[in-house]
Ligand binder design. Sequence first.
Ligand code: 13P
Length: 247
Amino acid sequence: MRSKLVAGNWKMHGSLSSNLALLQAVRDGAKGAAGVAVCVPYPYLAQARSVLDGSTVAWGAQDVSEHDQGAFTGEVSGAMLVDFGCRYVLAGHSERRSFYGDTDAVVAAKFAAALKAGLVPVLCVGESLAEREAGITGEVVTRQIDAVLSLSGVAAFSRAVVAYEPVWAIGTGRTASPAQAQEVHALIRQRFARDSAEVASRLQILYGGSVKPGNAKELFGQPDIDGGLIGGASLVAGDFLAICAAA
Ligand code: 13P
């Protein structure tokens, strides 16, 4: 039996003053709930640690360098994230893939760097609307996963999480139906099962894309959906906590 995980992705939102109330509310409201995390912008990692340390809520970052250290201006290494107590880091969010040139190869390298640093990478995969309409969702998601599998191997996924985020459902209010999401989650699990039935059966596969308090329960009730990666609704404490409760 897999446990559920609900992770917030704040994206580029927040300020020291607005974060404080949000972090405190999540910390206090998530008491006892297993598997809650927030991925905050880099400058707020210290604040997340100071509010969440000792609570059941984990924290993480939204990206990581593929390099360990060196002359890489503007980059942040996995070791630096560990220094700030991060447990999770996103790898290959669709916004990184589409706006910042994170190719499958770059995502695979970032995933490997995160693992090496001791972080739990959350590998994000998902198809665009054009790809879904062309009927190649399975191919796209498999290609994104295969790039990581070929670099890190299936055993790496015993210390990682996968998030299926159809690009057309992110921030659009257009959620994949529970059946549509379940179909892709099952396909993802089958892909891992080809390499290791053991890893596949334990792997947490999160759904992301316009998850709200009103649709979370039905999505999380699907057999291969093990929680969610939450964007917009993670910025509103009451909504995020309601989604956590649904898990
Ligand atoms: P929304 O929940 O705002 O659609 O964002 C999903 C997402 O991209 C989480 O990483």
